[in-house]
Design a protein around this ligand. Structure first.
Ligand SMILES: NC(=O)c1ccc[n+]([C@@H]2O[C@H](COP(=O)([O-])OP(=O)(O)OC[C@H]3O[C@@H](n4cnc5c(N)ncnc54)[C@H](O)[C@@H]3O)[C@@H](O)[C@H]2O)c1
Length: 306
């Protein structure tokens, strides 16, 4: 059995991806690393992905053949330190791409984001190929990263696979500083019976996805035959789209005491520059992607679990 390394394993996606991969492929074949490992179970190691030598040593020592590289500074956090976001997001990606270029690992998963799109992008059913002018340091790093992935595939044969995740909704781990975090925070406020104050305007429609769908998409694209992966920058991926107002109304139907109000902040400008919905036809055609969770099932699951 091949061994996989998950970098950034303690984050919102990593926590759930590690657990899914371990149940499919056996605990000892999935190595989890992060800056902090208190919430991870072994095999796991403390590792700073900026330390290229430590990363290389671990890959060689553990006989890793596949890396899921999840480390990034996200959209909101990245705007507070744009240069740091660029350095972290790009340097760590190059370290992983270079390990594959040298033949030390066989396959890479690296997530991109809807943050690669910008104000000039068609907003409704955003196509795979279109105008892209990201406004955040995070989005710029993801768009550059996509092009470097494609470059390493074309020029060095690196088998790198990528998805443009929409906002991901989960209950196990708190989100890590993104513009779509409101769609998780709202369920925590509802469960504490507190009024929820949305940092986005009521009609800001964004593409979203339940975490189980995102983790399944990640595993499916990584398990697909290499020939099926015809896009080596990053695939559009979609499930649902909704506004804060629609989400509030749906929660109120389950919890009639729930109240929300609006106090938009700087995150509104980021959200406004992103698509409202995504066309993921290419992912469906190439490797058979299909989402399973719709808006109402996500609301029901989140209110039950939190
Ligand atoms: N969560 C979303 O809604 C979403 C949407 C689109 C794309 N993505 C992408 O998916 C990936 C994972 O996102 P997430 O939401 O799990 O992020 P997160 O912030 O929850 O997790 C990132 C993890 O990386 C770790 N990390 C940071 N710097 C590190 C370093 N130098 N060395 C080792 N570990 C380090 C953090 O400790 C954290 O546990 C990111 O690339 C992100 O851009 C996420």
């Amino acid at each position: 059995m091949e061994k996989s390394l998950i970098i950034g394993a303690a984050g919102q996606i990593g926590t759930e991806l590690v657990s899914q991969l371990r149940s499919r492929r056996g605990k000892n074949n999935i190595i989890a690393v992060d800056l902090r490992i208190d919430n991870l179970s072994s095999p796991c190691f403390e590792l700073d992905a900026m330390n290229e030598t430590a990363l290389r040593d671990l890959v060689l020592k553990e006989g890793i053949s596949e890396i899921y590289h999840l480390v990034a500074m996200l959209s909101v956090t990245g705007e507070k330190a744009p240069q740091k976001a660029w350095d972290l997001n790009m340097k760590t990606l190059f370290s992983v791409l270079d390990l594959a270029k040298e033949g030390l690992i066989k396959r890479i998963f690296w997530p991109s984001s809807i943050a690669v799109f910008g104000p000039s992008t068609p907003k409704i059913q955003t196509p795979q190929y279109c105008s892209m002018d990201p406004t955040t340091a995070y989005g710029i790093s993801k768009l550059a990263g996509e092009l470097w992935c494609q470059y390493y595939f074309k020029n060095y044969g690196v088998d790198v696979r990528s998805l443009r995740y929409p906002g991901l909704i989960s209950w196990k781990t708190m989100p890590g500083g993104g513009t779509t975090d409101y769609a998780i925070d709202i369920f925590h406020s509802a469960s504490r019976r507190e009024e929820f104050i949305s940092f986005l305007e009521p009609d800001t429609r964004l593409p979203m996805m339940y975490m189980d769908d995102a983790v399944r998409a990640t595993i499916e694209i990584m398990e697909a035959e290499s020939d099926a992966i015809r896009i080596r920058s990053s695939y559009n991926l979609a499930a649902v789209d909704f506004t804060p107002s629609e989400l509030g109304i749906a929660i109120k139907k389950i919890k009639p005491e729930f109240e929300m109000s609006y106090s938009p902040d700087s995150r509104q400008a980021i959200a406004k520059s992103w698509p409202s919905s995504i066309d993921d036809t290419q992912a469906k055609l190439d490797w058979g992607w299909k989402s399973r969770y719709n808006f109402l099932s996500i609301v029901k699951l989140m209110t039950d679990k939190i």
